[in-house]
Design a binder for this molecule. Structure first.
Ligand code: PLP
Length: 411
């Protein structure tokens, strides 16, 4: 597709069956089919109503603190000496990450549907905190399923969820991380899909979730494009974001699909390319179905999902949003990888040079920008990075394992 063809992209993708090309769809047990249809129909009508749009706009402005700024990281750019790096500051969104953008949308939808409880999985805890916040705001109950490994790693976010009134349900099977948390939450949803709404944490799951979450996240790209243009009179040469399930990336990328810029998604290479050491789905996966949708999947010969790992709990998922798979296949978005160590280096560098402590997930995108500008000719390009979240939740873990950056060359 020519970039100009993307001007009508959102009307055409996904199609009525929730497909992005051959990806997406809804692979559901019969007991969930009807309820998904109801959610889809409700979303189609309610989310387009003037009242819903006005309410969500007001929430974004007065409760979330949107718009979040685009910030020119001048010191970092100067230090690296080549590309100009800009950050879309989703870490300044209320609760400290982009996740609240779709949680407030889903929470508002739940009130229109008369639901009593919001449920979800969480990895890094950011989605859990955001959903617990939405539940408190709308006066709904909230259950968050979280792997025991992540509970130990992301203690501050567990405390926040509890303070916000949510029940945190520990997931004790399998690798006890994000995939198992999704399994557990699906199980709970199957038991009562009527009074609960499953607010999935990314652009994954059966149709309509990848579309719904993307649409609620589009605000990031719409704002960023306008802000960047106001600041520079231009659009960025490269737009980049980390990809776990892919919601912050779809939010930012959606603003630039029709522009003549490169778009780079960044996946976690963890400890390296060995099975079980990473979660680089686009790079090492192949087509397969998990959690009700078809996408790239890290899988064994039998189609079972492979174990995954990343230092960033929000990125260790064996599948990826179906729209990313589509955008990769048609060549509109390229996908790159960053290791744990590169991400941690970015964590220390951004903290020290710019006074911004980033989430380990976001560090993958920052590290990619650092790598690009180290290899770029002087002052050649502008790079807009989605700083999807702040790193307070990761400080204890990083300090315990890497000290204060003594073993990193931060020049
Ligand atoms: C700060 C932050 N960024 C990114 C992600 C990855 O999610 P997604 O790929 O859906 O944006 C997470 C997930 O928890 C997160 O907390």
């Amino acid at each position: 597709m020519n970039v100009a063809d993307y001007s009508n992209y959102f009307n055409l993708h996904p199609d009525k069956e929730g497909r992005f090309g051959k990806y997406g769809g809804a692979y559901l047990p019969p007991e969930l089919e009807k309820i998904m249809e109801e959610i889809r129909d409700a979303y189609d009508t309610i989310s387009r109503s003037a009242r819903f749009i006005a309410e969500l706009r007001s929430i974004r402005k007065h409760f979330q603190g949107r718009p979040t700024p685009v910030y020119h990281a001048e010191r970092l750019s100067r230090k690296l000496g080549a590309a100009q790096i800009y950050l879309k500051r989703e870490d300044l969104n209320h609760t400290g990450a982009h996740k609240l953008n779709h949680c407030m949308g889903e929470g508002l939808l739940a009130t229109y549907l008369g639901k009593k409880k919001l449920i979800a999985e969480t990895g890094a805890g950011q989605h859990g905190v955001a959903l617990a916040t939405a539940a408190a705001y709308f006066g709904l109950e909230c259950d968050i399923h979280m792997g025991e490994v992540d509970i130990a790693k992301q203690a501050p976010n567990v405390a926040r969820m509890k303070l916000l009134g949510a029940n945190v349900i520990p997931v004790t099977f399998g690798l006890r991380t994000l995939k198992e948390a999704v399994d557990s939450c699906f199980g709970a949803y199957l038991k009562d899909p009527v009074t609960q709404l499953y607010c999935i944490g990314s652009v994954v799951g059966p149709h309509p979730f990848p579309m719904m979450v993307r649409d609620f996240q589009r605000v990031v790209g719409i704002e960023a494009r306008e802000q960047f243009h106001d600041m520079t009179g231009d659009i960025p040469d490269i737009v980049t974001a980390c990809v776990g399930g892919g919601s912050n990336a779809m939010g930012l990328f959606s603003g630039f699909l029709a522009d003549p810029c490169e778009i780079h998604g960044v996946e976690p290479l963890g400890r390296g390319p060995k099975v079980g050491d990473h979660a680089a789905t686009m790079t090492y996966g192949k087509e397969g179905v998990l959690h009700g949708f078809n996408s790239y999947l890290l899988q064994d010969e039998k189609g079972e999902p492979l174990p995954v790992y990343s230092i960033a709990s929000g990125l260790d998922y064996p599948s990826v949003g179906p729209e990313h798979s589509f955008l990769k296949d048609i060549g509109r978005v390229q996908y790159h990888t960053i290791t744990d160590r590169e991400a941690v280096e970015a964590f220390f560098m951004l903290s020290r040079v710019e006074g911004i402590i980033p989430a380990l997930e976001s560090c993958h995108a920052v590290a990619h920008a650092i790598r690009l500008s180290r290899t770029a000719p002087k002052h050649s390009r502008s790079i807009l990075v989605n700083l999807s979240g702040r790193g307070d939740k990761d400080m204890d873990y990083v300090i315990e394992h890497y000290g204060f950056g003594e073993n990193f060359k931060l020049d």
